[in-house]
Design a protein around this ligand. Structure first.
Ligand code: NDP
Length: 455
């Protein structure tokens, strides 16, 4: 894949970049390695000052960064502004809390003094996706840099200007040279990086294939990885739920980022008794969405990020229809304009055992299933290889408790939208990956948990 900015709303190539050659990659690795030797000794207070400055820059220049994201990957401008603001929040969160999260922990043993100390690992590689081009990077970088690690970013090839802008923010914030560098390289170079002894660990957000490939390369070198992969999150609405509130949130949960989010609600599992009402409300909301130029302030739904994503989604919809699904609205790419536009789509009546029902739809397509009871709802929610998030709607406490304990996912949200929050751990089980980002668990992923025992 070429490293280039291609406007997904028009198909126009705005800028192309030469990938780094091997000598350039080697010198950046050297720089990162040398930077770590000094940076690891900086105090939490010094690191926090720089991270707070990064938050200031993000807030002050959010309009420019948001426009860049929208131009490169098509998310609606208002969502892009919100993303930059959230990046500032995660920077401030770790600037304020990292020292406490990584303080020595005393443990009583037979020693005169024994404790746990958290120390940085060194150079960490972050392989990141295009869907949240700022957020995914900052949620890695904020804890990693506060812990004293050094970051190398291999961003998705379609968001090179976002990648360079982030490197620039971190440099301008006052972090020493080499503490965070962007590598403009293709995916084929990642395995070599994992084999380099200067790279100590890696995190990847993206597809299962990319995650498996990185983990295999890291496994050969016995290096730690954190993987945040796909999801096919269920959104369960039971008879006791506030159906109107559930339908309103369902639309938001599916359309987030033009439908291209790992934690978007993708499979809507609705109790038979309220299914007609829910379906009608959802249809109204989907058909009211304004699709068009993502830079326009009133646009709700922009283009998909690349022609490949559009084509794959279209294929999946066609397969769903061939499997017995019925399209209520949408169901085809918009051929009347340039760019990668796909309308808000609802598909009902897909047989629950059809293989397509298990797949992740990475775009604005909702699959609606009707169930007769809670047991079937939970069984269907879990009938996917993924296990990232789940949203469940009920006002019955027994149902709520069963949903919380029986849904196979890294997160369960009751009567609310699945979202990431710096204060709560984020990550999945099953084929959605492993490890956690954010919160105290996130900062503990890339540290040496050193046991100290003094006689
Ligand atoms: P990819 O997984 O291909 O891209 C994500 C990142 O991984 C990019 O930086 C990419 O680089 C890199 N990458 C790709 N292949 C490898 C590899 N073999 N080894 C190491 N790094 C690799 O996602 P796509 O853009 O192709 O999207 C396809 C699907 O991935 C989506 O339909 C969705 O299911 C899933 N996805 C999930 C995301 C999430 O938030 N969990 C985010 C994005 C995608 P390059 O761009 O140079 O190929």
């Amino acid at each position: 894949m070429a490293i280039a900015t291609i406007n997904p709303a028009t198909g126009e190539t705005l800028k192309t970049f030469e990938p780094l050659n091997d000598a350039e990659i080697a010198s950046k690795l050297d720089l990162a390695d040398q930077a770590f030797e000094k940076y690891r000794h900086r105090s939490f207070a010094e690191r926090a000052i720089a991270l707070q400055t990064a938050a200031d820059i993000l807030e002050q220049e959010k309009a420019d960064f948001a426009k860049l994201m929208t131009l490169e990957m098509g998310k609606p401008y208002k969502a892009a502004v919100a993303e930059v603001e959230k990046c500032a929040v995660v920077c401030r969160y770790y600037a304020e809390n990292a020292a406490d999260f990584l303080a020595d922990v005393s443990v009583k043993t037979d020693a005169s003094h024994s404790f746990v100390r958290y120390q940085p690992l060194g150079v960490i590689l972050a392989v990141m996706p295009w869907n949240f081009p700022f957020w995914q990077v900052f949620r890695f970088a904020a804890p990693a840099l506060m812990a004293g690690n050094v970051g190398l970013l291999k961003h998705a090839s379609n968001v090179p200007q976002c990648a360079l802008a982030i490197e620039d923010i971190i440099r301008r914030a006052g972090f020493p040279e080499g503490v965070f560098q962007t590598l403009l390289i293709g995916a084929a170079k990642v395995a070599d990086l994992m084999a380099d002894e200067r790279v100590k660990a890696a995190t990847l957000t993206g597809s299962e294939a990319a995650g498996a490939s990185l983990a295999a390369a890291a496994g050969k070198q016995i290096k730690k990885t954190v993987l945040e992969l796909g999801g096919s999150d269920p959104f369960i609405v039971l008879e006791s739920a506030d159906v109107a509130a559930a339908a309103a949130t369902a639309m938001t949960a599916r359309m987030l980022n033009n439908g291209q989010s790992c934690i978007a609600a993708k499979r809507f599992i609705v109790a038979e008794a309220i299914a007609d009402q829910f379906e009608k409300l959802l249809l109204e909301k989907f058909t009211a969405l304004k699709i068009g130029d993502p830079l326009h302030p009133e646009t709700d739904l922009g283009p998909l990020a690349t022609p490949d994503i559009l084509q794959e989604l279209d294929q999946q919809v066609q397969t769903a229809v061939k499997s017995g699904g019925k399209v209520l609205t949408g169901g085809y790419p918009l051929a009347d304009r340039p760019g990668n536009f796909y309308p808000a789509t609802i598909i009902i009546d897909i047989p629950i055992d059809a293989p397509i029902a298990q797949e992740e739809f990475f775009g604005p397509v909702a699959l609606l299933f009707r169930v007769s009871n809670l047991d079937t709802a939970i069984k269907l929610a879990n009938a996917t290889p993924f296990g990232l998030g789940a949203s469940a709607w009920t006002n019955n406490n027994q149902e709520r408790d069963r949903l919380i304990s029986e849904i196979e996912a890294g997160a369960v949200f009751i009567n609310g939208l699945v979202k990431s929050d710096p204060r709560l751990p984020f990550g999945g089980i099953k084929r959605s990956g492993y490890g956690r980002e954010l919160s105290i668990q996130g900062i503990h992923e890339f540290v040496n948990v050193k046991t100290v025992w003094v006689k």
